[in-house]
Ligand binder design. Structure first.
Ligand code: TYM
Length: 326
């Protein structure tokens, strides 16, 4: 059987958070054992919102460090910076020439923007086309993502099929990919109970310092049930987040203590903090070691760019020939 190609990306728009970790980074790391994996830092995508060059560079390095600290193994998976492979933008242009406008008008990031009366830039509108290029360039079979990216993978599938219909002679030009979404972590919730997202300002970053992190956890929004009263674990943000780190038995115990009454939300938040802090301890130590070697991340990304580009260049030869660009 042929090796599966696994591919996913993450935007360097800030510090990776629990949603990114459970929805994408951890599944990506698990899948690196099961095929040829390509993971990239989507800096072209981040340009739709980030307006400060130093910020973009710092976030790009931060995402790479976090991913490596969490267990991405650069000997197995190719980790690269999207902009090191300019073929992504070339393929995006070719795809955009067959993309029906209504397909993009229907995409939620763009629709949300318009609904909020904000003027979207063209990059935001065309974003799903660039994402399709990212995926199709590597003949990807599996794309591990959170639920919010499902629609974008569907656009990718539509564009791959459309290109194959329009241009394929003997063999199809593109592989039609599948999203891989883990149901229990498809949408990790944030401090306020909404989906965890940098744009909602409700995130829990993986490697924040102890004090500010503790403060964030203590700031989780709860109802005003008094300490002595029983509390409902169903629908509690504390319980939902605790479930990410704790065993079934530990979750059952927390739920029992909720129902029993006599414990305040502050104490439950402390338990959540301790579980989270312990969970990331080994990764935090690894991150500190990696960060102490400033050349390491650059070397990994440079290496990754060469391995990614070798594949991308070959795909583009095939695509250019198919559409008549030479
Ligand atoms: P981004 O940077 O917003 O998020 C990276 C990954 O994290 C997942 N995620 C979540 N999962 C569960 N719960 C949450 N609260 C949560 N928040 C974020 C996202 O679903 C995503 O998988 N467009 C992509 C980046 C991208 C990409 C690609 C992904 C560009 N090209 C090609 C796959 C293939 C994005 O903005 O992800």
């Amino acid at each position: 059987m042929e090796m599966k190609r696994i591919l996913s990306g993450i935007k360097p728009t800030g510090a990776p958070h629990l949603g990114n970790y459970f929805g994408m980074m951890r599944p990506c790391i698990a899948l690196q054992e099961q095929g040829e994996a390509f993971y990239f830092i989507a800096d072209y995508h981040a340009l739709t919102t980030v307006r400060d060059a130093a910020d973009l560079r710092a976030h790009t390095r931060g995402v790479a460090l976090d991913f490596l600290a969490c267990g991405l193994d650069p000997a197995r998976a190719v980790l690269f910076r999207q902009s090191d492979v300019p073929e992504h933008t070339e393929l995006a242009w070719i795809l955009s020439c067959v993309t029906p406008m209504p397909m993009l008008e229907n995409c939620h990031a763009y629709k949300d923007h318009v609904a909020k009366d904000r003027t979207p830039n063209h990059g935001l509108f065309a974003y799903p086309v660039l994402m399709a290029a990212d995926i199709l360039l590597y003949d990807s079979n599996v794309v591990p993502v959170g639920r919010d990216q499902k629609q974008h993978v569907e656009v990718t599938r539509d564009l791959a099929s459309l290109m194959n219909r329009l241009y394929a002679k003997s063999a199809p030009i593109f592989t039609v990919p599948e999203a891989s979404i883990l149901p229990n972590v498809a949408t990790v919730i944030g401090l306020d109970g909404q989906k965890m997202s940098k744009s909602y300002n409700n995130t829990i970053p993986l490697f924040e310092d102890e004090k500010p992190l503790r403060k964030k956890i203590m700031g989780i929004v709860t109802d005003s049930t008094p300490v002595e009263s029983p509390k409902d674990p169903a629908g509690s943000t504390i319980v939902a987040l605790y479930r990410l780190f704790a065993s079934d038995a530990e979750v059952a115990k927390l739920e029992e203590d909720f129902r029993a009454g006599g414990t305040g939300y502050g104490d439950f938040k402390k338990r959540l903090f301790d579980a989270l802090w312990e969970f990331f301890r080994p990764m935090r130590e690894k991150r500190a070691a990696l960060a102490a070697d400033p050349g390491h991340v650059e070397k990994v990304l440079h290496d990754g760019a060469q391995r990614a580009r070798a594949v991308a260049v070959r795909t583009m030869e095939r695509v250019r020939a198919a559409v008549g660009l030479r």
